[in-house]
Design a protein around this ligand. Structure first.
Ligand SMILES: [Zn+2]
Length: 90
């Protein structure tokens, strides 16, 4: 719950503010942190955004993992240039 600085109403999210003459969006900072944590834990920006309530937070948390939005393959970054075929005839 926040208080709109324009009209002094108590708002919980985006609200159409007559005083400001526009829709005012309040994104709670705690939502961002929570979404980032969940996005990081799940490596999924969408899950973090949905669970935490902050799209930006979910994306930020996901990016913390590997710099890629969405699931990326972890641990298999080694180039496959040393193939060991055992055809040792010389
Ligand atoms: Zn307002």
């Amino acid at each position: 719950m926040k208080t709109c600085k324009h009209c002094k109403k108590s708002v919980t999210g985006p609200h159409c503010c007559e005083a400001a003459g526009r829709t005012v969006i309040y994104e709670d900072e705690s939502n961002f942190v929570l979404s980032a944590a969940i996005g990081h834990a799940t490596n999924n920006a969408l899950i973090g955004a949905l669970a935490g309530g902050s799209i930006a937070g979910g994306i930020a948390g996901d990016l913390l993992n590997d710099g890629v939005i969405g699931s990326a393959d972890h641990g298999s970054g080694a180039p496959d240039d040393g193939d060991t075929d055992d055809g040792g005839g010389d």
